[in-house]
Design a protein around this ligand. Structure first.
Ligand code: ADP
Ligand code: ADP
Length: 228
């Protein structure tokens, strides 16, 4: 089943009299269980596309169906609900709260659903165990390596069991060892059937996905299977 169906997606930025068309008619789909990378040079429209896919911004025209829901038809409050239910975000900066422990950071998204404390802790522990940090539940971010912090962020993204993981330059802030740690985790999640969309400008990182969608000047330039 398609998780993402983007049809004729356009995005125009306006400031005063000046208009800039950052997305100029994008069509593509991503199936459940797929691991796709979106790549392209700086200024090609990756962030704009990521914001649309993540329901962080709406399109100027075209349609976006996320897990069967017509996103462009939704009001802002409905959009927020869909975003929280269906998407687990991972960013370049880990965005962990430094004064909270690993499990408390991971449990944060569960605050929305009024899940009882004991259950929040248990679900956070399960998510942290899945990313290989079952022995780091009570550590604060400052006590963890960059790779470990990003794995905590992945656990936080997955604790609500979203439809897809949307990772924007997740290795942009990491050294080689930590990058490998995070990419190995993505391999595992993919093998377990997770849908992963990875935005990156690093060729070696994108090549770890099973498919690369290349964006250039707001259109899809190439859409290819990787050899892996
Ligand atoms: P990328 O992530 O690939 O670097 P972006 O999606 O950030 O590309 O930007 C695509 C193009 O749209 C760039 O030319 C950028 O300058 C322009 N752009 C992005 N955001 C805005 C904005 N808020 N207002 C005007 N132009 C923008
Ligand atoms: P990235 O590094 O992810 O490609 P950018 O540095 O291109 O991001 O953009 C950072 C922020 O500035 C984004 O929110 C983008 O929408 C905005 N932006 C980019 N280009 C412009 C522009 N020409 N005018 C206004 N805002 C812009």
């Amino acid at each position: 089943d398609p998780v993402i169906e983007l049809t004729g997606a356009r995005k125009t930025y306006r400031s005063g009299d000046i208009e800039f068309e950052a997305l100029r008619g994008i069509d593509f789909g991503i199936q459940a269980g797929e691991y796709a990378a979106i790549m392209g040079p700086s200024g090609s429209g990756k962030s704009t596309l990521m914001n649309a896919l993540g329901c962080l911004d709406t399109l100027t025209s075209g349609s976006y169906r996320l897990d069967g829901v017509d996103v462009e038809e939704l009001r802002d409050d409905e959009l927020a609900v869909i975003r929280n239910q269906k998407i687990g975000f991972v960013f370049q900066q880990f965005h962990l709260l430094p004064e909270l422990t690993a499990w408390q950071n991971v449990a944060l998204p569960l605050m929305y659903g009024r899940v009882p404390l004991a259950e929040r802790r248990e679900r956070a522990a399960v998510a942290l165990t899945k990313v290989g940090l079952g022995d780091r539940l009570d550590n604060r971010p400052g006590e963890l390596s960059g790779g470990q912090q990003q794995r905590v962020a992945v656990a936080r993204a997955l604790v609500t069991e979203p439809t897809m993981l949307l990772a924007d330059e997740p290795t942009g802030n990491l050294d080689t060892t930590s990058t490998e740690e995070v990419l190995a985790l993505f391999d595992e999640l993919h093998a377990a059937g997770r849908t992963i969309v990875l935005i990156t400008h690093e060729q070696e990182v994108g090549a770890r996905a099973e498919r690369i969608v290349w964006v250039r000047d707001g259109v899809i330039d190439r859409d290819e299977a990787t050899r892996r």
